[in-house]
Design a protein around this ligand. Structure first.
Ligand code: SAH
Length: 370
């Protein structure tokens, strides 16, 4: 439990059924389709969603605003009722005269889940049960949780509506994540990644991804991506568990020479390929379904935004993927309770621990192969 990630990744713990709108896997908002909305104080009686509005092609969106510390618990409750899992939209603060946004962990996040409208009685029951369970959670006095909101979302409105939930994001000093349909006025130093979150999991919103991006920027500032063992003299980089490909793409744009993405999930492979194309990296970023050992190493830099247990298990394999004499691993996805375990496993594998980056409950570690 301690390791479960709450954004993006939670949405992947259960697959959206085939009939669900494609964007349902992600932070899909369905903002345009609010033709029936109701709020219910957690623990109170739910406003009934009109049964006659339900049917095929109709979904009921449940949403709850929750303090970042309560997001995981709220997500867990909504997941019980929604076959497609939940999505989490972090709170944003606007920057750059409202043209950009940064994640603001002090603002409440919104947890969403979607119920198929095919079964009106089931919808009503789920809303009542979710509301009761949220009431119990509230009683724990954990952290502030908003009212359970419900609204009808029509599949035909979905494809466009969710886009409004993805602003341009600035991470670190010069990395900019630009959803493909948004415009960004580029500053001279900006490294702009175009991503299509409709397909992608890693949009740079999850703290574990943000930590890696910030760390990558630091390595790039030190010249560690521009110098290495690629044919052009720059670094060769593998992204283990590439997801949307966001880290590999960032590494490529920050100066790395050769890239490789591997992921056990075929959807991630497809997503990375699409995003590589969007960023003009198709040739430099081959992607394979699978894991490490990649059979193509060793690499100057091994990116591994996985989870602690997997990092512990894979420590010797990740070491073998890394070039001796200074090659490094950037390991992220480490819930703070598990940091010591990861350090111990890496040290036992003969690696020297380097820098540490932390945000909220998450830690990223640099490990160097002597
Ligand atoms: N790199 C992206 C995604 C990280 S999520 C980012 O930073 O945002 C972790 C990814 O690891 C998922 O896409 C998951 O499918 C993949 N994964 C899980 N276990 C794996 C394994 N053993 N080997 C390779 N990839 C794995």
């Amino acid at each position: 439990m301690a390791e479960k990630k709450t954004t993006g990744k939670t949405t992947r713990t259960t697959k959206t059924p085939k009939a669900a709108p494609a964007a349902g896997r992600r932070t899909a908002g369905g903002a345009a389709a609010g033709d029936a909305a109701g709020g219910v104080a957690a623990g109170g009686a739910a406003t009934p969603v009109q049964a006659q509005s339900l049917g095929p092609g109709v979904w009921v969106e449940l949403s709850v605003a929750a303090d970042i510390e309560a997001v995981e618990a709220v997500s867990e409750i909504l997941t019980r009722f929604a076959p497609g899992g939940t999505s989490v939209e972090p709170g944003f603060g606007l920057t750059n005269e409202g043209l950009g946004a940064v994640v603001d962990p002090t603002k409440p996040a919104i947890v969403r889940a979607y119920l198929p409208g095919l079964d009106p009685a089931g919808v009503e029951r789920s809303i009542a049960e979710a509301s009761t369970a949220l009431g119990h959670l509230q009683a724990f006095g954990l952290r502030p949780i908003g009212e359970l909101q419900t609204r009808i979302v029509r599949e035909e409105d979905w494809a466009e509506a969710w886009k409004s939930h993805f602003p341009v994001l600035r991470i670190g000093r010069r990395i900019v994540i630009r959803p493909t349909w948004r415009r960004h006025r580029r500053r001279p130093e900006d490294v702009v990644l175009s991503l299509d979150p409709g397909m992608a999991f890693g949009t740079g919103l999850h703290p574990t991804t943000r930590l890696c991006l910030a760390a990558l920027e630091t390595l790039a500032d030190e010249g560690l991506l521009e110098h290495g063992h690629a044919v052009n003299g720059a670094a060769c980089v593998i992204d283990v568990g590439c997801g949307s490909g966001i880290l590999a793409i960032a590494a490529g744009k920050l100066g790395a020479g050769e890239l490789l993405g591997v992921d056990t999930d075929p959807i991630a492979v497809e997503s990375t390929q699409q995003n590589a194309r969007l960023n003009g990296l198709t040739r430099r970023l081959p992607v394979r379904q699978g894991s490490v050992p990649s059979g193509e190493g060793p690499f100057d830099l091994v990116l591994a935004n996985l989870i602690a247990s997997l990092l512990v298990q894979l420590a010797p394999v990740l070491r073998d993927e890394t070039i001796p004499g200074g090659g490094r691993i950037l390991a992220s996805g480490i819930f703070r309770d598990r940091e010591d375990d990861v350090r111990a496993a890496f040290e036992a594998a003969g690696l020297t621990m380097g820098r540490r980056w932390a945000e909220e409950d998450w830690v990223a570690l640099e490990a160097i192969r002597p």
